[in-house]
Every structure is written in C-alpha cells, then in structure tokens.
Design a binder for this molecule. Structure first.
Ligand code: ZN
Ligand code: ZN
Length: 577
C-alpha cells in the first residue's frame, strides 16, 4: 500500500514536471498555457475579460475545489521558477513577476486572508449571470441555455458558501444581503423578461423557469441565513472589519506591489497632505479677492479654503452640456501634449467620447471603456453618463463636484495623457499577461501622475485657480491613503474618519459617508492611486537629478510606458539597467 502510494506520487510528480518542464517550453508558451488553464479555475473572471470558453462552469466553493485551486497555483509557481529571469527579455521579465505575484497572492488569499470565511459578499452568482444576459457574444437563446446550466448549480453553490462562513463581519454581511437581493431581483424580474422575449420553444422555457425557481429559493435562503447571522452578530459580537497590521502589510505588499512598505506610503501621504494644505493656503489668499472682494480671509485657514472651494464650485458647465464639453476638451488636451512634446500619441486611434450605453449606466460618471484582450472590437470609448435622470439637486451637486476646473483634471486623468494614452502605449507591447493582470497601482498611479505633470508643464497657463482646485482633487487620493491605513492598522473611529475627510479633505458629507463605507468594505485598494503616483514621481525626480541637462521628459514617459501595465518597481528596475 505504502509503496504503491509512493509510486503513484512519483509518477504524478514525473508527469507533472514533464508536462510543465520549463526548459522545453518557450516562456511565451508557458504563459499562454498558464492563462488557458487559469481560466478553468476562474471562469467568472474569464467572462469579465471577454473569454467565454467556460461560460457554463460554476465553481462550487467547497473544500475540494479550494484545495485543487491551491495546488494549481503552487504547481505553477514551481514551474515558473524553473525559468531563469536573467535569460528573459525585459518584457518577459515583467510578465514573470506579474504571474509570480498573481500566484503568491492566490496562495496567500487561500492560506491566510481567507476572506471566504468572513466576507459573505464574496458569494454571489448574480453579476456573472447578469453580464451573460447583457453581453451579446452569442444569440439570446444560446445565452439563456448557458444561464440554464449555471442556474442548475446555484443551490449547491450557496450551500457550500453558507458552510464556509465561520466568522463574518457585520459590514460584509450587510453588503452580502444587499447584493444578493440584487441577484434575487435579477432572477425574479430581468431573467423572466428576457426568457419571454426569446425564441426558445416551450419545453426550453419551462426547463429554464423551473431551474430559475430553484435558484431563486437558494438565493432567498442564503439571504435569510445572513439576516439571522446579522442578528446573532448584533447580540454576540462580530469579527472586526479592520484588517490589523499583520494582514494589512502583507495584503499591501501582494496587491499593490510597491517599492514602499505600507507604512512608508502612509507617512508620505501625511507629509503630502500637509504640503497640499500649505500650497492651498497660499493660493487661497491670492484667489480670495476675486470671489470675495469685500470680505477678508478667515482666521482659520482650512475654513477659508473650504469657503473658497464652495464659492468657486458654482462655476460649472450646464447639465445638458456635460457630454459635449468633455468632447470639446479632448482634442485640446491632445494638442497640448504634442506641442509640449510630453509623450507619443497615436492619431490613428482617436478616443471616441460617447454617452454611456443604457445597460452600462450605474452611477453617473465618466470612465474609459477599453476593449479586453479577447475582444476584437478596436474602439476605446470614453463613456460619459448624461445627467438626464438626475433631479435638479442631484445634477447641481454633481456639477459642483466636477466644476470648471475639476472637469479638466478629470479629462486628463481618464483620457489624455492619463488612462487612454497609457493604454495605447500598453497595447503596443501585446502581452496577454500584462493586459489581463496589469498592476492597478501603476495604472492609477500613472493617471494621477499625469494630472500634476500637465499642470507643471503649463497646462492652464499656471492659473492659480486651476492649481488650487488641483490640490483639492489630489487631496482625495492622499486622504484615501491616510484613511485606509489609519482605519485598518491604527483603528481610527468613524467620527475621526469623517472629520479627516470633511475638514482636511474639504469633502461634502455624502461623499465622506460614501468613502467611510468603502473603507469598511475594502482594504488596501484605496491606497493604490497615491502609491503608484508617489513612486513614479519620486523616480522621475531622481532621474532628473542624476541626468541633469540630459534628462528628456518625453523619452522618459515613452520608455516608462513601454513596459505596459507592469508594477512600478519592476519598470524602475528595468529602466535602471
Ligand atoms: Zn450650479
Ligand atoms: Zn483612474
């Protein structure tokens, strides 16, 4: 028996190493195969990236599946590490580190973070089914058949989910109740409506209806379980939503992939906040008479700044002009970037500004909608949600937020030379790894960096009012970082958090309340914008100091962006070579 088992293990190992022998596989083949098999374990994630091969597959979150995934990750980590980094091209090196990071993160999530035991919101079948229902990658009839396969697995899915939840937080339990209620509505309303519209025959319609009924009761009983759990938590105490230092530091390291530690970033953010306040105070005194010619500047500087922001925010575009104004600004930004020789652009791939399609409209806003790597459609859209459905009060508050100055900074961030331009450069490197698993701190950090870089190079003619509003905007990412660390590591209370956001970040109460909610539900992610920005900025300043006269901003930007969405420390390492 023992001998047999040993032989078996030996054979499995042998098979495995033959199968994945790095020396026989070119690195590109290894990464392609890795991604192909990764999607078998992450079919939902695949669908969000436009990869539909496993669209009927639901991973039941039971122990056996979790263990199998853990093994998959560990085996590929071993296989990956058979490659010698020094032998790879620089683009491959960066892919190597991105995949290594993805694997290490997955293993750590499984072994230590274990959010499946405390965050009941990770269990939800609705978003993927909703996406399949709304994405015409095949006919409605075929998609309903796919959904049928998924519906059949929903009861087993929620049974396994429920068994995993051992120590939930109140905050994540509430979120799970709300979000699964949305799933219930999808099954109860949207799905039957689509089914009715479809050309499926009676038999199919009945089959799907039955499966839908069972799925609905499974969601309902999960919600009931959570509501009961919530009552127990109120009575007997719950797990703290704050992550604590040990887990936070590790999550920061794996998720942000920074050259700084979490604490270093926090310290930098605190310094930046003080600097921003100082700069704003100077600018505010200068601008004040333009808006309040007969009043003197208040004793309390922060109060003065806030008063000025409120007054200036009245200058904004009319609600029906919102989309058109964004359209008007994009070519102006492109022209400025060319004239100032800031970086390369690609006039053959212009950005299309459009009103957000109905099915994508959630909350109002503006964002870049880029085709995924599996998507043949080549257009990148700048989706802007028109304010049509807003009450006059809602529209006014939104427009005050995206006032005359902030709207320009938003366009820099989202479009040129922010996300859209970065994406153009990134697409040139044609790495599936980078486009799928690109580093969030790099992507957001670049967009935040580009705002400041544009102003430094004279966008807006060094107008003190634009700089003043820029700092107000920039304080948002600075304070996100401070808040996240203070809450999760230092135990900050809600009242102190709101005070920070409103009195030091000059935010409205609703915005501050929303941010507080977000910090209770996520960890580390709020720091990504500032971390990437701080690292890029610091690196640029170092190079400038080292190279003196020889430093060329345009070639710095082009080279920096040529590595795709790699983690900033990897780009720095490769550029230093
Ligand atoms: Zn107004
Ligand atoms: Zn962004």
């Amino acid at each position: 028996m023992t001998i047999h088992r040993h032989i078996l293990i030996f054979f499995i190992t042998l098979f495995f190493y033959t199968h994945l022998n790095a020396k026989e596989l070119p690195f590109e083949t290894f990464t392609d195969r890795f991604i192909e098999s990764f999607w078998e374990y992450q079919p939902d994630w695949a669908i969000f990236n436009g990869y539909y091969k496993h669209d009927t597959k639901v991973i039941i979150p039971n122990a056996a599946n979790q263990k199998a995934y853990r093994q998959f990750l560990a085996q590929h980590l071993t296989a990956l590490r058979q490659y010698s980094v020094a032998d790879l091209s620089s683009s491959q090196q960066s892919d190597y580190y991105i995949i290594e990071n993805l694997l290490l993160k997955g293993i750590w999530y499984h072994d230590e973070l274990q959010s499946g035991t405390w965050a009941p919101n990770v269990y939800n079948v609705g978003s993927v089914i909703g996406l399949i229902l709304n994405t015409p990658y095949k006919s409605l009839e075929d998609r309903l058949k796919v959904i049928y396969q998924r519906l059949m697995q929903v009861p087993a899915y929620y049974a396994a989910a429920q068994a995993n939840i051992t120590q939930p937080t109140k905050e994540h339990t509430q979120l799970a109740i709300d979000q699964n209620q949305g799933t219930y509505n999808l099954f109860n309303k949207n799905l039957p409506e689509s089914l009715e519209k479809s050309q499926l025959d009676k038999e199919w319609k009945n089959k799907i209806k039955k499966a839908n009924d069972k799925a609905q009761s499974a969601v309902k009983s999960y919600i009931t379980f959570l509501e009961k759990t919530q009552k127990d938590l109120e009575k007997n105490g719950a797990r703290e939503f704050r992550l604590g230092k040990a887990l936070y530091d590790k999550k920061f390291k794996l998720e942000i992939f920074s050259g700084f530690s979490a604490e270093e970033v926090y310290q930098r953010a605190v310094k930046e906040k003080e600097r921003a306040h100082k700069e704003m105070a100077v600018l505010a005194q200068k601008i004040w008479p333009n808006y309040f010619p007969k009043k003197s500047f208040p004793q309390d500087t922060l109060v003065g700044i806030k008063t000025l922001i409120d007054e200036m925010a009245k200058k904004h575009v009319a609600r029906e002009q919102f989309v058109a104004e964004i359209q008007r600004q994009i070519p102006i930004l492109a022209k400025f970037v060319d004239e100032k020789q800031l970086l390369d652009q690609d006039p053959t791939k212009p950005l299309v500004v459009r009103a957000t399609p109905e099915y994508q409209r959630g909350i109002a806003g503006a964002s870049i909608n880029a085709p995924g790597p599996y998507d043949a459609a080549a257009n990148t859209y700048y989706n802007v949600t028109p304010l049509d459905h807003y009450t006059p009060e809602q529209a006014e508050s939104y427009l005050r937020e995206y006032n005359h100055w902030i709207l320009q900074i938003l366009n820099i961030h989202e479009a040129i030379p922010g996300h859209y331009t970065q994406l153009l450069h990134s697409n040139r490197s044609k790495s599936l790894t980078k486009s799928l698993f690109g580093n969030g701190a790099m992507i957001e950090g670049w967009a935040v960096y580009s705002e400041r870089m544009m102003l430094e190079n004279g966008y807006g003619n060094h107008d003190p009012e634009l700089w003043f509003m820029y700092y107000k905007w920039n304080l948002r990412v600075i304070i996100n970082t401070i808040l996240d660390y203070q809450v999760h590591v230092l135990g900050m209370k809600k009242s102190d958090g709101l005070n920070l956001l409103m009195n030091e970040g000059f935010q409205e109460r609703t915005e501050a309340e929303g941010k507080w909610r977000r910090v209770t539900l996520t960890q580390v992610q709020l720091t990504s914008y500032f971390t990437g920005y701080a690292e890029i900025y610091k690196f640029r300043e170092e190079l400038k100091a080292e190279q003196g006269e020889k430093f060329d901003l345009k070639s710095f930007h082009n080279t920096f962006l040529s590595y795709g969405s790699s983690p900033v420390p990897i780009i720095i390492e490769l550029m230093r070579k």
